[in-house]
Design a protein around this ligand. Structure first.
Ligand code: FE2
Length: 206
């Protein structure tokens, strides 16, 4: 059984950018549901995979959409919670240098990240990625993870309406702008860039 990892901060600690109710529903209902469905699929098949990353890559290769969507959404949400922090610190050091090389400055990265998210039709995710040390912005649809792109995910923001509707209604752009300025966990991003890749918590089996 894959666990539902607890939020790495309090439900009320990202307010007012993201409210307590949003985080409760998003984590306790949406993320929880993806984990539950995935565990039901695995229990039925009798499979006991060792990592969620392996489930995603295997389901993707096999064209198993139900497993893939639920495993991908479980992983993306785990990575999304870690992508935010109540104790904002601006990027620095090698990360800032990589941002400046790729985009010129942090404001330009923000503009690209927000534009990618706003321009993404429907549900999905907007990512900051690294490939061979070069940073880029991209989005994926529905439950697709950046893991399959061959690039290293550094940061993600959830573009599904459940991520922001209670706090921002239909204003995805307003949400993304404030999110980028207030909540990005740059020390986490720096760790991903340095090769300390985050992985989903391991499953336990009876
Ligand atoms: Fe979500």
């Amino acid at each position: 059984m894959f666990p539902l990892p607890p939020l790495p901060y309090g439900y009320d600690s990202l307010a007012p950018t993201l409210g307590d109710t949003t985080l409760h529903i998003h984590h306790d209902k949406h993320h929880a549901r993806y984990v539950t469905v995935l565990n039901e699929i695995l229990a039925k098949s009798g499979e006991k995979p060792e990592t969620l990353e392996a489930v995603i890559l295997q389901a993707s290769a096999a064209g198993d959409k139900k497993s893939f969507n639920n495993a991908g959404q479980a992983w993306n949400h785990g990575f999304f919670w870690e992508s935010m922090t109540p104790a904002y610190e601006a990027p620095s050091g090698e990360l800032l240098a990589a941002i400046e090389t790729a985009f010129g400055d942090l404001e330009t990265l923000k503009a690209k990240f927000v534009a990618e998210g706003v321009g993404h039709f429907g549900s999905g995710w907007v990512w900051l990625l690294a490939k061979d040390g070069v940073l880029s912005v991209a989005s994926t649809h529905d439950g697709i993870t950046a893991l399959e792109t061959g690039a290293t995910p550094l940061l993600v923001c959830d573009l599904w309406e459940h991520a922001y509707y209670l706090d921002y209604k239909n204003d995805r752009e307003g949400f993304l702008k404030v999110w980028f300025d207030k909540l990005v966990n740059w020390p986490f991003v720096a760790k991903q860039l340095a090769g300390e890749a985050w992985t989903y918590p391991a499953p336990t089996y009876a």
